[in-house]
Ligand binder design. Structure first.
Ligand SMILES: [Zn+2]
Length: 125
């Protein structure tokens, strides 16, 4: 292709060595004076990443009776159980929510914790 001259030697194919007064074959084009189409340096080195190690999905059914499995969940359960003003029905409902949330998210997210704590707050507090 015209204009695709070697950028190192400018198309000469040789490089003058001012120090020794000799010329050397251009390392960029190997004397052709043309830009190498495939230098190997520009080649995309795409590493094939090993697929993320996946844990097999635990087919765990949400069971409030089993209780939460994460530390946050257990803490939440404690707070729910210890709440003085919500009914037992509400407690059970919240406990199931915690266990289900854990089953879905693998943990208790901050958003969820906030949401539950809101319901544990005394009215007007
Ligand atoms: Zn060259």
């Amino acid at each position: 292709m015209p204009g695709e001259s070697c950028g190192i030697c400018g198309g000469d194919g040789r490089i003058a060595n001012s120090f020794s007064g000799t010329t050397a074959t251009c390392p960029g084009c190997h004397g052709t004076g043309r830009r190498a189409e495939d230098t190997g340096l520009l080649r995309d080195v795409t590493k094939t990443k090993p697929s993320h190690h996946r844990q097999p999905n635990k087919a765990k059914e949400p069971q409030a009776a089993a209780g939460p499995s994460t530390l946050e969940g257990m803490q939440m359960a404690k707070e729910v159980q210890g709440c003085a003003f919500i009914s037992n029905a509400t407690k059970t409902k919240l406990l199931i929510e915690i266990v289900e949330h854990e089953a879905t998210h693998g943990k208790c997210t901050q958003t969820f914790v906030k949401k539950v704590r809101k319901q544990l707050r005394a009215p007007g507090a």
